[in-house]
Design a protein around this ligand. Structure first.
Ligand SMILES: *Cc1c(COP(=O)(O)O)cnc(C)c1O
Length: 360
């Protein structure tokens, strides 16, 4: 049976990437050793990390003002690391759009003041707060947003501008490289790889290089300074070689699929099929406001918690796996990142129709 995996992360990878990694796992390009067994300083790995970086630069259209870094510890370590490097007892603006942005601001509080400029908490995070209502801090150390809210199922379609001189920082863990956007508007972008880029454990960090000079190097440990990663090409110590290798393969795949314009088109098509179906249905409902609905994580419910559980279990049996909503919010969630083919969405909608007629 064909399995479609709707996991929120670690999430499915493109099948061609999995096959290539499978072959190179045993013998990397005739070296006689598998990719995991090769030295990060040797002649085989350097081209891999160089290609990963070049792919990121090309896909995001980055100028030389930006560094592309690969850092262990996932997105969650970036919550603390960015504040350690840039906050320095100052004030940073955070937009509260859900669990992840909360976790980010909680870490930042250890290194300075956090000003929550807007929040949709009182509405169970069913929308992105209107930008004209944000109360920004003049001269803030930076402004932080979560571009896609993996748990709540919301996404910014209008990426904000920070006030002049204030770097805009975005956690793009769950929508990085899923659509076109202007990276030059950002001081820093970071993303755990396990949703759209590869395996868990590594974070991709895109950083405007001049910002790294703001770090007090007498107070921030070597491994937690961005400047260390810039100076040593993300190889001050042994980097997560397998994760970087897979990120190179996934970004090759994005390029083969038309870059951001290509994947955006597929993602819009996929999300439209699912949301159109949800909107036409009186059985299923989507709690998220229309304009802010995520094209990566589609949250929905059946008429009851019992039916939600039955839905998830019968869907799994039908080959549609990992549709359970996040434990904090319940319900169901279909994560439909870049690697999910349109056939997976069609199969899901088909199953949803059958489930509805059997249970309404
Ligand atoms: C998954 C996720 C994280 C956490 O990533 P880790 O790599 O597990 O630390 C952070 N932010 C967002 C938006 C996420 O979706």
């Amino acid at each position: 049976m064909k399995i479609y995996n709707f996991a929120a992360g670690p999430a499915m990878l493109p099948e061609s990437v999995m096959r290539k990694a499978q072959a190179e796992f045993i013998d990397y390009q005739g070296s006689g050793s598998g990719i995991l067994e090769l030295s990060h300083r040797g002649k085989f790995f350097q081209p891999v990390i160089d290609r990963a970086e070049a792919n990121v630069r090309e896909i995001l259209n980055l100028s030389d003002d930006y560094a592309v870094l690969f850092i262990q510890g996932g997105a969650s370590m970036q919550f603390a690391m960015l504040a350690m490097n840039f906050l320095n007892g100052g004030t940073a603006d955070y937009v509260d759009t859900g669990v992840w942005s909360n976790k980010a601001s909680k870490e930042a509080k250890m290194f300075g003041n956090v000003n929550v400029v807007a929040s949709s908490r009182d509405d169970k995070y069913d929308h992105i707060p209107a930008q004209d209502q944000w109360k920004l801090t003049p001269g803030a150390a930076y402004m932080h947003i979560t571009s896609n809210n993996t748990i709540a199922g919301t996404q910014y379609f209008n990426l904000p501008e920070a006030p002049a001189g204030v770097p805009l920082i975005a956690d793009m863990s769950s929508d990085i490289m899923s659509r076109q956007f202007d990276a030059s508007k950002f001081g820093m972008i970071y993303a755990g790889a396990q949703k759209n880029l590869g395996p868990a454990g590594v974070a991709l960090v895109v950083l405007r290089k001049d910002l790294a000079e703001r770090t007090d190097s007498t107070k921030v440990p070597t491994m937690l300074r961005y400047s260390t990663y810039i100076e040593d090409g993300s190889m001050f110590n042994t980097p997560p070689t397998f994760a970087i290798y897979l990120l190179a393969l996934v970004t090759d795949w994005i390029k083969e699929n038309g870059g951001l314009a290509g994947v955006e088109k597929m993602n819009n098509e996929k999300a439209k099929i699912l949301y159109d179906f949800l909107d036409d249905s009186s059985f299923y409902s989507c709690p998220v406001k229309g304009l802010d609905r995520s094209r990566m994580n589609v949250v929905f419910r059946t008429p009851s918690d019992e039916l939600d559980a039955k839905f998830v279990s019968e869907a799994t049996a039908a080959g549609l796996t990992q549709l359970k909503g996040h434990r904090l919010v319940g319900g169901c969630r279909a994560s439909i990142y870049n690697a999910m083919p349109v056939e997976g969405i069609v199969a899901l909608v088909d199953f949803m129709k059958k489930f509805e007629s059997a249970n309404r």
